[in-house]
Design a binder for this molecule. Structure first.
Ligand SMILES: [Zn+2]
Ligand SMILES: [Zn+2]
Length: 382
């Protein structure tokens, strides 16, 4: 009985945490190593707790400078004395609080965030952690990763994808003091969105995620343009997911990133191919010709096979979906699409939304046999 009660308690605790954890901790400027930053309140009022007995109120137009100082933080508000502390937290007081943050160093970009902010020194840099409402974070991710699409159903699709990704990888930084970082290692996030259509799309899909047939969160992969056919995940990552199958996509083939072209002198191409094991010569460059009408996995010259994903990586190509033509002294690569090609094709999804498809139809088109459901119906998160 005691054991059962314990299990029930753990279960209730898990349910409670799921419901009450509508917040996410995001490490900001994670791929930089900021030494100092200027913070300004843009909405509401904040309280700055320095954990040394000092609690300061911070209002609009009162910039606060935070600098790394002898392994600690030095903090100074305009027109007041400075303080040294081990860490700090800035907490919003009105429920609708936001601030801007500008790092020193290479980019003097000022970005806007809502919610609270923690700061601590770590290994020669400052760590800034934004504690944000989940849905505000999601709309910021869609703004950063959604591309040029400006349609409600497209924004809803991207919001569901971003939310699925966030929950699936919520523990990616579990050894750190936050859930996600703000660069593409997790998902790009440059602060909250002020786009009303995008924010509406996020709120109208609040809590929705994509589940597979076992109610697990899917790997919600997406890319810019598939070139007319998406890739199967086992061809790209060597690990198959039943919902990441190849689909023929008629919607993206006239979009911005539908085609690309690159040319190499024959000798340069030969020396690259030789590095990959080719032993022949180039009496007739047409031996390099290769056609991909639908997606293949290898480039073939005689009996030699080179994985297309290796060539894409080595030569920094936009996609693996290309054909090769020898023309005079040149080798021309005629390519289709942009990105790994797995999962949802963004430019195809934009076009589907423009033609009147809704987010459910768009998600069903690119992910095979999935279910759109509230996060509370997902089975145990990792
Ligand atoms: Zn990350
Ligand atoms: Zn496509």
């Amino acid at each position: 009985m005691k054991g059962r009660l314990k299990i029930l308690f753990i279960f209730l605790l898990a349910v409670f945490c799921t419901i009450s954890s509508a917040q996410v901790k995001i490490r900001l400027f994670a791929n930089q190593a900021p030494e100092s930053a200027v913070l300004s309140v843009t909405e509401g009022t904040y309280e700055l707790n320095l954990f040394n007995g000092e609690i300061l109120s911070v209002f609009k137009n009162e910039p606060v400078i935070i600098t790394r100082y002898n392994g600690k933080l030095a903090v100074k508000k305009r027109n007041s004395k400075g303080f040294v502390c081990d860490s700090l937290i800035l907490k919003g007081k009105t429920g609708n609080d936001s601030f801007s943050l500008m790092m020193n160093g290479e980019s003097h970009l000022r970005q806007n965030y809502s919610g609270d902010l923690q700061c601590l020194p770590d290994l020669g840099t400052l760590v800034f952690i934004n504690i944000s409402d989940v849905e505000k974070y999601i709309s910021g991710v869609v703004m950063a990763e959604g591309g040029a699409g400006k349609n409600l159903e497209y924004f809803k699709t991207q919001a569901i994808i971003a939310r699925t990704y966030m929950y699936k990888y919520f523990d990616k930084h579990s050894s750190d003091k936050y859930n996600v970082c703000d660069n593409t290692h997790c998902q790009a996030y440059n602060g909250f969105s002020t786009d009303t259509l995008l924010n509406k799309a996020t709120l109208e899909t609040r809590g929705l995620v994509i589940l597979d047939k076992d109610s697990s969160l899917i790997i919600s992969a997406f890319h810019s343009n598939c070139g007319g056919e998406t890739s199967s995940s086992d061809d790209v990552w060597l690990s198959g997911q039943p919902y990441l199958k190849s689909v023929v996509d008629p919607y993206c083939i006239t979009s911005r990133n539908a085609t690309w072209r690159k040319s190499y002198p024959v000798n340069e191409w030969l020396s690259y191919i030789r590095k990959s094991g080719y032993k022949g010569n180039i009496e007739n460059p047409s031996i390099f010709n290769f056609h991909q009408d639908s997606r293949l996995t290898d480039y073939k010259i005689g009996s030699l096979k080179i994985p297309l994903r290796t060539i894409r990586e080595d030569l920094n190509l936009r996609s693996t979906f290309f054909s090769v033509f020898a023309v005079g002294d040149s080798i021309i690569l005629k390519g289709r699409g942009y990105g790994h090609g797995v999962g949802l094709c963004q430019e195809g999804a934009m076009e589907m939304a423009a033609r009147g498809f809704n987010y459910k139809q768009i998600i069903d088109f690119y992910y095979f046999g999935v279910l759109i459901s509230d996060i509370k119906n997902a089975v145990a998160l990792p």
